[in-house]
Design a binder for this molecule. Structure first.
Ligand SMILES: *[C@@H]1O[C@H](CO)[C@@H](O)[C@H](O)[C@H]1NC(C)=O
Ligand SMILES: *[C@@H]1O[C@H](CO)[C@@H](O)[C@H](O)[C@H]1NC(C)=O
Ligand SMILES: *[C@@H]1O[C@H](CO)[C@@H](O)[C@H](O)[C@H]1NC(C)=O
Ligand SMILES: *[C@@H]1O[C@H](CO)[C@@H](O)[C@H](O)[C@H]1NC(C)=O
Ligand SMILES: *[C@@H]1O[C@H](CO)[C@@H](O)[C@H](O)[C@H]1NC(C)=O
Ligand SMILES: *[C@@H]1O[C@H](CO)[C@@H](O)[C@H](O)[C@H]1NC(C)=O
Length: 780
């Protein structure tokens, strides 16, 4: 993954301030960051240290408290009973003070898959059910916004600044909240550390990345400006303002952008929108610091390169295609950027552009962006595009609320939008169930919309989940997070969930919410069209995590610059010739060697024991705890009369069975992509990664199959046409294959991760049960 460092690696540092720059060091090429304004030790030297200390204290205290309370109450870890006695004001109050003692719940957030690592402990005081508790937790509650227009209008903005996301009353309250809340305190430190890193880097260097345009540039600039403006407002040190100005100047300089008239690359409008947001935030958050001349320059640039291009998009320019029936991330990001920028300059803009745009963006986003999630909350463009879409949506909704007093329905015109937080939580195993395209770099794009949604939809578990994640520390979190919430997101949260909208059908099943070494299975059906051309031909695709490792994984995006990658999702689209997008590149059945049908309309069936985790981070799965999910995916295949696939958890969620019942007129190939080293013998494949082992055994049929391996690349006998350019290689990946001839088959594949402490005799061999007869107890 490219980082800001790698982009700037080969860049000669240059002074953004010109020859008179007082902070520029000619010999190192670096600019000195602002020094501590206060007495004593420079806070800059301590970056990282306070976080570390906090984390260690948190771990120690958490461990001590935890072992003490787990001695008392082992029963609290049996999750299915609702801990009713722990709810209510008193418990929430106790949870809040317990949190203050523990500090951050996780001991680290930078594990191999960037998941939080929780100490093994029960903490019945802190790990209560998620609760919002402003009334008895006043020290940690935000004050009410004094701006409450009785008749809100998109062009009637509050008088004080900032207007965008973080009004003055929040800045005033923030230092005290930081002192009282370990999460805010840790994030504040991290933001300052990040701001210092950006300060020392040269301004973002213009780079045109083919069809992806200058999106990385735009988002990196936005990420930096947020951090600089935050650091200035918290310290009043003007060097942050100067550094912001340098970044703004750079983004309009003669060597930035494809040419002088299209500097922000409106032909790929995301770029112009994200730069508009960046300039709008700079204008608004640092409004008091700019001279009249600087303000006028920022506005002029914003209007010339951003807003007037937005107006052209609304007047029908081709590059405004994202306005029309695009219920996905493009609509959210483009409308969001234009909205933030317009709100920022409203009143100062004498051209009328901002006013006019606000009359268009909000209604357009309500019809399109707001329907990015389908009725079950799934993001139609997949788990990674969820980040881009919800970031754009949350920024826009929040800016409208703070600047004008209403979101105008952006949050509730889609009555199921609130479910998209649930989607994000369930689509996360060791790492995401990342079917479809993965999207570009995530500069300034995070999952922190979860904080806004937690607050707006009164779903505290969204915030409790997100606050432990590695991408939580950034300025938006400081204002969206409600530190008065308490509890543990996992307490009372079901282990399984089936998302069943016809377009996105998929299932999430796991053994724990807090154990790095969980068992996690995601499997999908859904439609092969209607996902903004970000999906794959992948009905039946699955991922499997166990023992801290992903055993079956998705390949993700192919090269976005490949010819006709996004042009069409019709059956004959070029997109489906790329291996990573074709059925062959998925963990599903390939029949006749050809792609699935884009007209597929699978059906699904699901049952779960409904097991919930309790207060403990160590969850002992009850022996009858299970879930299964079956899809009839016959409609995805041209050369089969019937194709059904089922997945179920066995043996207290330690084993997994995948069963396929197929009647096909062409050869059938079962495929699974893995980073593991694979050895096959008879009916068993032994997979190893990092000294860990998973055994995969064919239980049925007993003969007539071929178990083997293949490279993760197009097969030479593939009947689909070749792509116009070579596929990207997948050098670490092996495909485990099971071939069956045309005909009627019941293929049962058993996954036995070799969990530490489990011996051969501890594994169960399930009975053979037809998919139509599966029930919660059919495999006991
Ligand atoms: C925020 O973090 C900075 C850098 O660590 C620190 O100097 C400052 O005191 C923190 N703010 C508060 C209110 O604690
Ligand atoms: C911000 O700082 C944290 C802590 O040092 C680091 O892990 C993270 O990568 C930084 N983020 C960026 C975007 O530089
Ligand atoms: C400026 O760049 C854009 C985008 O690359 C291009 O479409 C346009 O033709 C260019 N205009 C001029 C005058 O070069
Ligand atoms: C953009 O304008 C500047 C200043 O007028 C000029 O020096 C530069 O050559 C122009 N760049 C392009 C690509 O036309
Ligand atoms: C292989 O490992 C990489 C790095 O962890 C991961 O991103 C990818 O999804 C894995 N691929 C498969 C097929 O599991
Ligand atoms: C399989 O499909 C064929 C062709 O439709 C049909 O004749 C046959 O009866 C089916 N077999 C079974 C076992 O359903």
């Amino acid at each position: 993954m490219a980082s800001y460092d790698s982009i700037n690696n080969n860049n000669q540092a240059r002074s953004p301030y010109g020859s008179g720059d007082p902070y520029y060091n000619e010999s190192t090429g670096f600019i000195s960051p602002p020094k501590a304004a206060k007495r004593g030790l420079s806070p800059w030297i301590k970056f990282g240290v306070p976080v570390l200390v906090l984390v260690i204290i948190g771990a120690v205290v958490g461990g001590v408290l935890g072992s003490r309370s787990s001695n008392k109450s082992d029963s609290s870890s049996s999750g299915s009973s609702s801990p009713a006695t722990k709810t209510g004001e008193a418990a929430a109050s106790a949870a809040a003070s317990a949190k203050a003692q523990i500090g951050l719940f996780p001991t680290a957030t930078d594990s191999q898959y960037m998941r939080p690592i929780y100490p093994s402990t029960t903490n019945t005081a802190a790990f209560t059910e998620p609760t919002i508790t402003p009334s008895n937790n006043a020290a940690l509650a935000w004050p009410e916004d004094p701006f409450k227009p009785s008749n809100p209008s998109v062009t009637n903005v509050r008088e004080d600044r900032p207007r965008l996301l973080a009004p003055a009353y929040k800045w005033e309250a923030l230092p005290n909240l930081i002192r009282n809340d370990p999460y805010l305190s840790s994030w504040n430190d991290t933001i300052f550390g990040n701001a210092t890193t950006y300060f020392n880097a040269p301004p973002v260097r213009y780079f045109m990345d083919g069809d992806s345009g200058i999106l990385d540039n735009a988002r990196e600039i936005k990420m930096r400006i947020k951090a600089f403006a935050y650091a200035h407002r918290m310290t009043k040190d003007t060097r942050w303002v100067d550094r912001t100005w340098a970044e703004l100047q750079n983004a309009v300089s003669s060597d930035f952008g494809p040419n002088n008239s299209t500097k922000w690359n409106p032909s790929h409008f995301l770029d112009a929108a994200e730069l508009s947001a960046a300039f709008g935030i700079a204008y608004d958050w640092l409004h008091d610091m700019w001279t009249d001349d600087q303000r006028s320059q920022i506005r002029d640039n914003l209007i010339t390169y951003g807003l007037s291009q937005g107006a052209a998009a609304y007047d029908g320019a081709d590059f405004g295609w994202w306005r029309t029936n695009i219920q996905g991330n493009w609509n959210c990001v483009c409308n969001g950027g234009l909205t933030l920028a317009s709100l920022a300059i409203l009143g100062d803009d004498t051209t009328g552009t901002a006013t006019k745009l606000l009359g268009q963006t909000v209604n357009n986003a309500k019809q399109n962006c707001a329907f990015g999630p389908s009725e079950d909350g799934s993001w139609s463009e997949g788990a990674n595009y969820w980040y881009f879409g919800t970031t754009g949506h949350a920024e826009m909704a929040s800016a409208l609320i703070t600047a004008t007093g209403s979101h105008y329905g952006l949050l509730d015109t889609n009555p199921n939008f609130h479910l998209t937080g649930l989607y994000h939580m369930y689509v996360t195993g060791n790492t995401l169930f990342d079917y479809g395209d993965h999207g570009p770099n995530k500069f300034s794009t995070t999952a922190n919309s979860m904080f806004l949604y937690a607050d707006q939809y009164k779903q505290p578990e969204y915030a409790l989940f997100q606050r432990d994640q590695h991408d939580a520390p950034e300025p938006w979190s400081m204002f969206w997070y409600d530190p008065s919430i308490s509890g543990a997101f996992w307490n009372g949260l079901a282990l399984d969930h089936s998302f069943d909208s016809a377009s996105d059908q998929w299932v999430s099943m796991r053994s724990s919410w807090t154990d790095q070494n969980l068992l996690f299975v995601g499997m999908k059906a859904g439609t092969n069209q209607g996902h903004q051309t970000h999906n794959d031909l992948d009905v039946g695709d699955f991922v499997l995590d166990a023992m801290g490792t992903r055993w079956a994984g998705d390949l993700g995006s192919a090269d976005y610059n490949s010819p006709q990658y996004f042009n069409s999702d019709a059956q004959d689209a070029t997109r489906w010739r790329y291996y990573r997008k074709a059925t062959e590149g998925q963990n599903t059945l390939l029949i006749g060697g050809v792609n699935q049908l884009v007209t597929a309309r699978p059906t699904v069936k699901y049952q779960s024991s409904g097991t919930e985790q309790g207060s403990s981070t160590v969850f002992d799965v009850p022996s009858d705890s299970t879930a299964f999910w079956v899809t009839d995916m016959s409609s995805a295949y041209d050369q089969a009369t019937s194709v059904k696939r089922g997945v179920r958890l066995l043996n207290a969620r330690k084993q997994v069975l995948i069963q396929d019942e197929v009647n096909a007129s062409a050869g059938i190939q079962w495929r699974m992509h893995t980073n593991a080293t694979v050895a096959t013998e008879g009916s068993t494949a032994t997979l190893t990664i990092d000294g860990k082992t998973t055994k995969i055994t064919i239980l049925s049929p007993s003969s007539g199959f071929t178990l083997g391996t293949a490279p993760a690349a197009r097969s030479s006998n593939d009947a689909n046409a070749s792509p116009p350019v070579s596929d990207q290689p997948n050098p670490t990946v092996t495909v485990l294959t099971i071939d069956l001839p045309a005909g009627n088959h019941n293929l049962q594949v058993l996954f036995n991760p070799q969990w530490p402490g489990m011996s051969d005799g501890d594994f169960k061999t399930p009975p053979s049960v037809p998919l139509d007869s599966w029930s919660l107890s059919s495999h006991n």
